[in-house]
Design a binder for this molecule. Structure first.
Ligand code: GS8
Length: 217
């Protein structure tokens, strides 16, 4: 079989980020499942692909990559001839704005949203535990401040990096998709431009396809 190999799990947020990119560019790929419940990601075969013992990892011939955002950028560059240009690397200003909002996703949005999703979805569903409400409440406060910034941005431009859909928008999908199946989905109601942006990006065929393999679908 040709194409690249992604080692991961369709339910994992970081794997979903890469899967979305592969689908957006129409790449030929194989998803090799790595089971987290059985600890496969900590076994030598996988540690050789990702020394941090996490998923995902990507193999393209002799090239082995980890870190979902770096893998995603590789996929988007490799298949840029597909006609789907989500990095805008031919334009200095546009590509810089993609970088800015991708950093905002990983450094501002993700740290605020991920504890809410972890506590309210992963803890009860995957670990059989009880969510820690204090963590959820503190993270919600932090997340609302982030959403205020996003609301202001998205009231000026249709997408985060400008008036074009980019990798920056895509990268927000996995955790937001999971937030939407928690009791805290309603937090988006106070931010109409963020809500409209979410509706727009989730109507893309790639998002529907990857979403179907995630939890709560
Ligand atoms: C994070 C990978 C990660 O947390 C990336 O690839 O973007 N910065 C990295 N992976 C989780 C699964 S959620 O997608 C994981 O492998 N967790 C198990 C562990 O950390 O032991």
């Amino acid at each position: 079989m040709g194409g690249v190999i992604l080692y991961g799990s369709p339910i994992s947020t970081c794997s979903a980020r890469v899967l979305l990119c592969l689908e957006e560019v129409g790449a030929e790929y194989q998803l090799v499942p790595i089971s987290m419940p059985t600890g496969e990601h900590k076994k030598p075969d996988h540690l050789a692909r990702n020394p941090f013992g996490q998923i995902p990892a990507l193999e393209d011939g002799d090239l082995v990559l980890f870190e979902s955002r770096a893998i995603s950028r590789y996929v988007l560059r490799k298949y840029k001839e597909s006609g789907t240009d989500l990095l805008k690397e031919g334009n200095l200003a546009k590509s810089a704005m993609v970088d800015v909002w991708l950093e905002a996703e990983s450094q501002q949005y993700n740290p605020a949203i991920s504890p809410i999703v972890y506590q309210s979805l992963f803890v009860p569903k995957m670990r059989g535990g009880t969510p820690d409400q204090a963590i959820i409440d503190a993270s919600l406060e932090k997340f609302k401040k982030v959403l205020e910034v996003y609301e202001a941005r998205l009231s000026k431009s249709k997408y985060l990096a400008g008036d074009f859909f980019s990798f920056a928008d895509l990268s927000h999908f996995p955790y937001t998709k999971y937030l939407m199946v928690t009791p805290y989905a309603s937090v988006f109601e106070s931010y109409p431009h963020v809500k409209a942006w979410w509706k727009d990006i989730t109507s893309r065929p790639a998002f529907k396809k990857v979403s179907a393999g995630m939890l709560g679908s």
